[in-house]
Design a binder for this molecule. Sequence first.
Ligand code: 13P
Ligand code: ZN
Length: 294
Amino acid sequence: MRVLDAECTKKFMQMAEDGWEQGWHERNGGNLSYRMTMDDVASVAENFDLTAKWRPIGTSVPGLAREHFFITGTGRYFQNVVRDPEHSFGIIEVDETGENYRIVWGLLDGGRPTSELPTHLMNHEVKKAQTNGAHRVIYHCHPANVIALTFVLPLTDEAFTRELWEMMTECPVIFPDGIGVVPWMVPGGRAIAVESAKKMQSYNAVIWAMHGIFCSGATFDETFGLVHTIDKSAGILLKVLAAGGKRQTITTQDFRDLAKDFHLTLPEKFLDVKEEKSETAKTAKTAKAAKVTK
Ligand code: 13P
Ligand code: ZN
């Protein structure tokens, strides 16, 4: 079968297009990877160039030895994934040591995988082991609301998780484990990959301060939906802050009731926060105090 006719290729392209339409992929911003199933590989392997040169990944992922991935190209645009697939993304194979990769399809005319290849593969390695192979999609994008919040909230897992949970009742159902935050770091290398992979041990969503977000999921829909939910929640929080802060909110007891009925285990570190200490409550108090002083 032609690569472009495979179901997994169509889904990969659709997700890239959906992200582009959301405005999360200015210029070459963001990158997407998908760990192929054995059936996916078998269905398109006749198109693979097995003479391609092996190149270093820049990190070591022995847990992904011999795996194949769809991956977007560095400097290539999500805007062009549907218009010009063979230049915009490709299929890579990881060697038996987990140290090298080769491009077996696509990324035409000297294309290379995203500069965030180390983070993608290290996240895949963590999630493959942790979910018994269920998670296959790693997605990085630059959603404006999430990025804006990293200028306002303390850069802690606790602050981001609790504040974003409070903005929409279904948030704790969609990301019950919470959200990790990596402080500002130089992107594109092994160091940020190591920090992200550490956070991926605990969460399916990791925010990069002043940069964007990485999410992991079993399917394209689930992974996209996670980013979509988090960015919408971040947008609501920005509106609430701009409107003067919270006057009322979902309380710790409300979260405990929700957890009981939805059979969720919400980590105690995100529940055990004093309501009056929450960031938006503080903002509202400061605004009130400023008014009184005037
Ligand atoms: P690439 O073009 O290398 O994928 O980089 C885009 C990006 O978002 C880096 O974080
Ligand atoms: Zn980025």
